[in-house]
Design a protein around this ligand. Structure first.
Ligand code: PEP
Length: 247
């Protein structure tokens, strides 16, 4: 049985002071027994790590594929580990679209991060045009195969399916369509990694809110959610964590 995984992605929001306020507030809440993670800007990682209750993991939103050296503006796995950060999001659609990270770069990052002992949330998802052309299953399968090329240690990987047209737009993929894609992703993992497909967690992301989380999370092949906007407010994020109250 895969434990549900509720992950927040703050993107480029919250100063360290604001992160501290969030940590103090959420620490006071009763949270259901799910796995919880917050992916925060680099400058917030230390304060969150030191102040959040230990049942909430802290992750980075990106990491360099290089160990160290002349890479201005980048952050290394060693730097993350020095702050006891052991999780990182790789391949978010905003990194792919705005910063032009391609599958090769993303694969290099995944290999490097796992080699350094980090757990990775690998994001995949199609554009509206790709879905309208009915190429979304093929597109996402390719992103998985290329993102995980030469990756052996699949236990270190969580997949987040995030259709680009549903991120930050208020347009959610229907729970049925999200489930269909997550099932396809699991089948792709099974082709290569056999029984590990039953263990890997596959998340859905894209305009998840307190009022749609329960329906999405009740699907068998959706093992959790990656939440952007609604993870910024403690009350909304807690309602998503405690989604069972709305079942
Ligand atoms: C995200 O940041 O990964 C995301 C899914 O954002 P939102 O929930 O705001 O659509």
């Amino acid at each position: 049985m895969r434990k549900k995984y509720i992950c927040g992605n703050w993107k480029m929001n919250k100063t360290p002071d604001e992160a501290l306020v969030f940590a103090r507030e959420i620490n006071e809440k009763n949270l259901d027994d799910v796995d919880i993670l917050i992916a925060a800007p680099f400058v917030d990682l230390d304060i969150l790590k030191k102040n959040l209750n230990k049942n909430i993991k802290v992750a980075a939103q990106n990491v360099s594929e290089y160990s160290d050296g002349a890479y201005t503006g980048e952050i290394s796995t060693t730097m993350l580990k020095s702050m006891e950060i052991s999780d990182v999001i790789i391949g978010h659609s905003e990194r792919r679209e705005i910063y032009l990270e391609d599958d090769t770069t993303i694969n290099n990052k995944v290999i490097h991060a796992i080699g350094e002992g980090l757990d990775v949330i690998l994001c995949v998802g199609e554009s509206l045009k790709t879905r309208e052309n009915e190429e979304h299953f093929f597109h996402v399968k390719n992103q998985i195969l290329e993102g995980l090329s030469n990756v052996e240690d699949i236990d270190k990987v969580t997949i987040a399916y995030e259709p680009i047209w549903a991120i930050g737009t208020g347009n959610t993929c229907s729970p049925e369509d999200a489930e269909k894609m997550c099932e396809n992703i699991r089948n792709t993992i099974r082709e290569r990694y056999k029984d590990a497909a039953d263990k890997i967690r596959i998340l859905y992301g894209g305009s998840v809110k307190p009022d749609n989380a329960a329906e999405i999370l009740s699907k068998d092949d959706i093992d959790g959610v990656l939440v952007g906007g609604a993870s910024l407010k403690v009350d909304d994020f807690v309602k998503i964590i405690n989604y069972k109250e709305n079942l």
